[in-house]
Design a protein. Structure first.
Length: 94
């Protein structure tokens, strides 16, 4: 609990890019203590979100482009969370 308070206190003192970088690093450390795979998942989600935002800034606005970007951003999460469940239930049916 003290680590979270420390991270929040440091984030309150920082601004702009330094604050965002600090919060990302703190999140990676926190999730890394829970499970070693979570920081990799977090980096994949942050990277795909960044790339989707860049893509949306360069394409004309429309429902299809926004839905495509949302699908790309949610794909790593769906893969990590739901595919193991689907495959474990698939074994029961076979």
């Amino acid at each position: 609990m003290g680590g979270i308070f420390f991270a929040a206190s440091v984030a309150a003192l920082l601004t702009g890019y330094a604050r965002r970088s600090w919060l990302l690093l703190s999140s990676l450390c926190l999730y890394g203590t829970i499970d070693w795979r979570f920081p990799f998942l977090l980096l994949i989600i942050v990277g795909t979100t960044y790339l989707a935002a860049l893509w949306l800034s360069r394409t004309p606005r429309g429902t299809s482009s926004i839905l495509s970007a949302c699908g790309v951003v949610l794909l790593p999460l769906a893969t990590y969370k739901y595919f193991p469940v689907w495959f474990s239930e698939l074994e029961h049916w076979i």
